[in-house]
Design a protein around this ligand. Sequence first.
Ligand code: ZN
Length: 378
Amino acid sequence: MSDHYQVLGVSRDATGEEIKKAYRKLARKLHPDVNTAPGAADEFKAVSHAYEVLSDPQKRRIYDTTGQENGTDNGFGGGFSGQGFGFQDIFDTFFGGGAGGGRGPASRTRRGQDALINVRIDLKDAVFGTNKKIDVETAVLCPTCDGSCCQPGTSPRTCDICHGTGQVQRAVRSILGQVMTTAPCGSCQGFGTIIPDPCHECAGEGRVRSRRTLTIKVPAGVATGTRIQLSGQGEAGTAGGPQGDLYVEIRVNADPVFVREGDDLHATLTVPMTAAALGTVITMETFDGAREISIKPGTQSGEVTTLKGLGVTHLRGYGRGDLMVHVQVETPQKLDAEQEELLRRLAELRGEQCAEGRVGGTSSPGVFAKLRDRLGNH
Ligand code: ZN
């Protein structure tokens, strides 16, 4: 991209007034109504665009600091509604449209827009991948006219007003003096042809809305925010124009047991105090089925057992993350008389009747709780 300051011929610290002046001078020289030299229209576009950026203090600041223009480095720029009208569209609206500076009739055929839909899947489906049925409603080619826009048996005829050029010329008085200006023909909207009997089904659009069910392949390893692109499954264009793309954005439901961090999974395994002290084997349900977790004697709260390869499949590449099982030792809350007696006896044997706590050193039992807080519910 050429430098906007060079295009306008001003210095980088030019004031707003200087930028405006430089733009006016160049616009008068290059305006397509007064300058028909080849390349003038493109130069005019560049000048107008440079002015558009530099005359807006916020856009200019972004351009100065990053060399980028707001929105142009967005991967989906222009794809979806709201962002769809770039400068080119505005220019074409003013100067008659079509490539190469706006000569000749415009085409009714346009590429359809991209479409975006959200799909919710469970964490297990993100781990292994899945096939998912989705309902999509987009424009499709009109089955009655096949995109011709004409009622079957009829055809477009050349516009009488512009004789098929799609343009009309008018003499206009302006600040530039008397100029000939070219505008899209109002009779045919610049298409050069008239459709005398528009297709009844699509009202002459060449496309109709339709619902359909697609089965999409969700690869293993996707996460919330992953977009799957389905080429040509978006909105059909007008008058038989090609279909845009369909983007399926994944949302992964929070799982009641497992929390994902990257491609690792985390879960809490709560064991009774006695089991933690004496050791045991606990069967735990994972996404890969039941697995035995060995709790060795003397296990502390916060200890982590890692089950290799039971995490989420790597989206790009091979292999899987791990499953980390965080042990939580549960202290009994209600003791009957006999249990209390036994525990007092145990404390006595261990010389812990007047036990003092120790500060610091061991791992905090709240590690996993903190992790869960930090990650949120994904
Ligand atoms: Zn139709």
